[in-house]
Ligand binder design. Structure first.
Ligand code: ADP
Ligand code: MG
Length: 584
């Protein structure tokens, strides 16, 4: 990796797991990177607290062998990521070490004290300038572009530079490496600076080199019906998926990463199990991107940490992920950042807080947990860039509360800040009703792609049907009045043919916005049709038959000639039982 000369050196006073206490001679900064020196190894660490001449660092590695008196070299730099062409398709750990071909060799991780540059120093890129000598530029504005796979990667004035800069030199179109100086600029005081194809940015600080933040309103469709129709997410918005172990959080995120209409997906996998992360790594490159027909990896970046890796790098991984997401947003792209699971991240915070002997909050999580979570989700957003283009970062995080209890601090803190809540239910996953999103508990503050009034009506119907179902458990079917029984059957129909969806079926698994609007309209029409049946058995049989027709319909592509006849078949079947005369 690129060597940095230490700005100062301190000495270890105490080692407590991954936390070390160090006396330092000169000035240090909160979140500054230091390296604990152990023989010929340097273990990366981050300053998490400063008191007088002592500071505490969390070490991102196993600290075995570190002892009092060992040296710590301070870097003078905050914990940062490299931002430039070559990020996409990467698989990183939480500290942006590339974990290439890792998927092949399950369980292989970097050895202690080994760090690799986040961006390849030898790879060649074709740079094309977009400014000329004499132009004035400021932080976040482009000086040129580089093609990166499917995208035009903007080479931007480093985000942390203040004021206006005059272009003094700008490269001709060239093929170069990321370390090449492609522009020289001068600030108002006459000081010169170089611009390369990449820059570094501290992960815990949001990139704000844009004009303004906008209100997220446009749907980020996922092609999952229950989400887009009932609990939508807007581009630039936030949502969370809490659910007990095994309820389907990871599968749901995988579906979303494939189908969501965004340009780039960043997956921060703070895995529950090591195998799960490796699975993700194996699966992704094989998956075809439904939008481009190429490998999904072309527009994906994976940051992975398993529960077997040190907790501190788990904590860093969500920040590394969101920083890269913000970087691509600066290019006018729509980015989706998925964090699975944020509970693992919160546990890392809890562990650190415990070692620091801070006054604990609820369930021993730090008292500032809520602030940390809020600050993280705050980094999502829809923005207008300085050149007028729009970009977005949408954040979706899973939460895996112990025992599926949503009352715990991580779920509660997250619910306070997100715009949509997709609660997974154990009951539904046990019944294999996938995706197992609870249709009565979940909510969203973003606009749906269907008519609000029809949606409310449908929700009411669902709730009423569920109430009848509960009541029937007590009084039995015989004791249930026919109109109530029909309410129940209607809610089951909605559940079976619309809320549930076969993720593994090409057609049913991906329901476009256009299709959802159309199908929802038909389903709503059926649900609001007054019906009459001779007997309960008769009603149940009919509903089962309609269910089957609707399910077949769900499996026919909308542009196939069979689509409309199947719809007609369904409507005709229902029409035979329409109440004539008096409404029921
Ligand atoms: P979690 O991340 O909540 O622990 P997973 O996403 O790993 O749970 O899901 C556990 C299992 O449940 C999966 O391996 C799969 O068998 C099943 N499952 C989850 N979601 C779906 C789905 N949408 N369709 C079919 N099976 C699913
Ligand atoms: Mg999972």
């Amino acid at each position: 990796m690129s060597e940095t000369t230490p700005t100062s050196t301190g000495s270890i006073d105490g080692v407590n797991g991954n936390l070390i206490r160090v006396t330092f001679p000169d000035a240090v900064m909160q979140n500054e990177v230091g390296y604990a020196v152990i023989r010929n190894l340097k273990l990366k660490a981050e300053i998490v607290r400063i008191r007088g001449r002592q500071c505490w660092l969390q070490v991102f590695e196993d600290t075995a062998g570190l002892k009092v008196g060992d040296a710590v070299e301070f870097s003078g730099e905050l914990l940062s990521v490299e931002l430039g062409p070559g990020l996409l398709k990467s698989v990183y750990d939480g500290l942006q070490n590339p974990l290439p071909q890792l998927a092949e060799q399950c369980g292989y991780f970097l050895e202690r004290g080994q760090y690799i540059d986040g961006l390849d120093r030898t790879k060649q890129w074709d740079f094309t300038p977009s400014v000329k000598v004499g132009d004035l530029v400021e932080a976040g504005e482009s000086v040129g572009t580089v093609p990166e796979g499917l995208f035009t990667h903007r080479i931007m004035v480093p985000f942390g530079w203040l004021g206006k800069f005059t272009i003094k030199k700008i490269s001709e179109p060239i093929t170069c490496v990321i370390d090449t100086v492609i522009a020289e600029v001068e600030d108002s005081a006459g000081e010169k600076r170089d611009i390369k194809l990449y820059q570094s940015w501290p992960v815990k600080k949001a990139i704000k080199a844009y004009e303004e933040r906008l209100r997220p309103v446009e749907n980020m469709t996922t092609q999952v019906r229950i989400l887009d129709t009932f609990f939508p997410v807007a581009k630039g918005g936030t949502y969370c998926i809490p659910g007990p172990f095994g309820a389907g959080k990871t599968v749901l995120q995988q579906i979303t990463s494939r189908r969501a209409d965004v340009d780039i997906v960043i997956v921060a996998a703070c895995g529950e199990r090591a195998g799960e992360v490796v699975e993700t790594l194996r699966e992704f490159p094989k998956l075809e991107d439904p939008r481009t027909g190429k490998s999904l990896m072309e527009r994906t970046l994976i940051i992975c940490n398993t529960s077997s890796m040190p907790v501190a790098s788990r904590e860093a991984s969500v920040y590394t992920g969101v920083t890269i997401a913000e970087y691509y947003r600066q290019m006018g792209l729509n980015v989706l950042m998925l964090a699975d699971s944020t509970s693992r991240w919160a546990q890392a915070l809890r562990e650190l807080s415990g070692r620091l002997e801070e006054i604990p909050g609820e369930e021993a999580f730090p008292a500032y947990l809520e602030t940390v979570i809020a600050n993280f989700y705050e980094r999502a957003g829809l923005v207008r860039l300085k050149d007028g283009t729009i970009g977005s970062v949408t954040i979706g995080g899973t939460v895996s509360p112990a025992g599926g209890n949503f009352e715990e601090p991580v779920t509660q803190s997250t619910l306070k800040v997100v715009g949509a809540f997709h609660g997974l239910s154990r009951e539904r996953s046990d019944q294999r009703r996938y995706p197992s999103i609870d249709p009565l508990e979940s909510w969203s503050k973003y606009p749906s792609l269907v008519d609000d009034e029809k949606l409310d009506q449908t929700r009411r119907g669902l709730r009423e049907g569920r109430d009848v179902e509960q009541m029937m458990k007590v009084v039995g079917e015989e004791g249930t009045a026919m109109p109530d029984f029909i309410k129940y059957l209607k809610s089951e129909f909605l559940d079976e043919v619309y809320l549930q969806q076969d993720a593994f079926h090409d057609v049913d698994g991906a329901s476009s916005a256009e299709r959802q609007k159309h199908v929802f309209g038909i389903i709503h029409q059926i649900l609001t049709t007054p019906l009459t049946f001779k007997t309960r058995d008769n009603a149940r049989q009919e509903f089962l038959r309609w269910q089957q027709i609707a399910k077949d319909w769900n499996r026919i592509p909308m542009d196939k000639p069979e689509f409309t006849p199947m719809e007609t078949k369904l409507l005709d079947a229902v029409a035979k039982f329409r109440t004539v005369g008096e409404e029921n």
